[in-house]
Design a protein. Structure first.
Length: 147
């Protein structure tokens, strides 16, 4: 697995962490590793749905606040929108987590990706509100790859 190192610039903010332009150099990005995940458990989203937490020469790494998606339907539907979009790649398929990792090429601005992720969340909420529980269950039977 590719390794990176980084200089960490984290400030305590309101009991959480505010993250600013962390550059990777020798850090292995592995959201499945509980030790790695624990380092980012207190990231402060400051009311946003996503936040850039790391970057390297190729990618920006984002955390998405999955606790803002209300059920499995919304989580799976959101990930299907991400997959179809192509600008963002999910690198963390554990839907039980409250924060999920994504990456995007640095040619896409951080603002563009944060706006995209928020837009996909809005599309997800709209879809969820338009369907009955039975329709959601049927959709999940046909589309849930995260069983």
């Amino acid at each position: 697995m590719k390794t990176f190192s980084f200089s960490l610039m984290i400030a305590l903010l309101f009991g959480g962490f505010a993250v600013s332009a962390q550059t990777l150099e020798n850090l292995e990005i592995n959201p499945q590793d509980p030790v790695f995940r624990k380092k980012y458990e207190n990231v402060d989203f400051n009311g946003k749905f996503s936040v850039q937490v790391l970057k390297d020469n190729t990618n920006n790494y984002f955390l998405v606040d999955f606790s803002k998606l209300k059920d499995k339907y919304e989580k799976v539907f959101f990930l299907s929108l991400v997959f179809r979009n192509g600008k963002v790649v999910n690198i963390d398929g554990d839907l039980k987590q409250s924060k999920i990792w994504f990456l995007s090429d640095t040619m896409n601005s951080v603002e563009e990706i944060n706006n995209l992720l928020q837009n996909l969340k809005d599309q997800t909420s709209k879809s969820s509100n338009a369907l009955t529980d039975d329709q959601k269950a049927k959709w999940l039977l046909e589309n849930d790859k995260y069983k």
